[in-house]
Write a protein that binds this ligand. Sequence first.
Ligand code: GLC
Length: 479
Amino acid sequence: MKILFASPEVAPFIKTGGLADVAGSLPPALAELGHDVRVILPLYEQIGEEWRSQMTFVKYYYVRLAWRSIYCGLFQLERNGVTYYFVDNESYFKRQGIYGHFDDAERFAYFSRAVIETPGQIDFKPDIIHCNDWQTALVPIYLLEERYRQNALSRSKSVFTIHNIEYQGRYGRDLLEDLFGLDESYFNENMLKFYDDISLLKGAINAADYVTTVSPNYANELQFSFYAHGLEGVIAANRGKIRGILNGIDMKANDPSTRKDLAASFSSRNHKGKAKCKAALQERLGLKVDPNVPIIACISRLVGHKGFELVCQAFRGIMDMEVQFVLLGTGEWGYEQFFRNAQNEYPGRVSANILYDGALSDAIYAGADIFLMPSIAEPCGLSQMFAMRYGTVPVVRMTGGLLDSVPAYNSEENTGLGFTFGSVDAGDMLGALYRAVGVYYDDKKAWDQLITRDMEADFSWDRSAQEYVDVYRTITGLE
Ligand code: GLC
């Protein structure tokens, strides 16, 4: 099958969150299954010279956005069996920061038009156009008509993946015609109308031939308003074409037995190197170097839905245990400040790293003992998978993909991969941490086996990529 995969961010070129990891690792997995996969993304200023020097210029053309006609330069690069297309328009993408501009609606509407018009320009006839999150939500909507206008799209079906329903692309009704180029007929409850506004995500859910989200459990949770942020009715109305498919991670790139850039390598059968990674981490972060004290780590954006309220409430209780605490991430000022203060209050025991640093995050995955992820909502979550891959035992709230990927530790049968709790409650979270720290101190053998199971757990794309292919087959009727 011919697949065009559109995403506002794709690792390793540009990343702000888990979407980039998925967009970076699912397409090569689909290519490995024998499909012709092309990925398309904006050529942001932040995409570095190391990639630009490998790109070739394909051509330029003008895409239509309502009454505008806008320059689109197309660059291309091959990697891991996949062709990547970069959409160049400096007035939209040569800026600091990739989101959060006053004209994001226009920037991503333009990108969506580029996704729709590029196949015809390069003589590629996609069977599937697979879009991700609100930034590409207009693509399935445009396709409703464009498949009748453009020969290249005449057989194209759309798949729309929700990575996080909280970000919906909600705009005033006045943008509909003038900016997006959609007539009044799109302003109805079965399409984009959301109260008196328009919601791009709602439109995509209605318009796409198939909708997926990133874990089976999140697909269930989206029936409830607590998780669906106002779109539960839209989800219910489209139930028959929605499915949850658990994300995978790149198991090879994240194999601590072959990585050369860690303080030491280690494997599921031999954990010795992990102790070296731990000592190196403690040293690097100014923590007391002590092999016997467990390090609890959080790597996350510091925002409410990641559960930081619980961490703050329970923090004294956590530090009353014999533990060290490492945080990496940026976000809401109040949380940043909380952890800076905590570092001052517990010198040598708490390390607050208010920044984003890929190498440090790998050093933490490899060197920590316990990975805390108390999310209020978590569509899939990849950090818990990375943590397990590096033998760091997760403590998670049973929500979204955390429930699907972290079966609870059972001491009697010696099964499970981590420690879990159910309610959004600081005391319950603390209880799960107590249990984890308890096993760490009191049952070394069980802890060691837990590390082995975590490292060997299969979070590869093999199975999930096949599930996407099943969806593609269902809607195209192709083999
Ligand atoms: C979003 C979600 C996260 C998911 C990721 C990739 O960042 O919040 O749970 O893992 O997308 O699908």
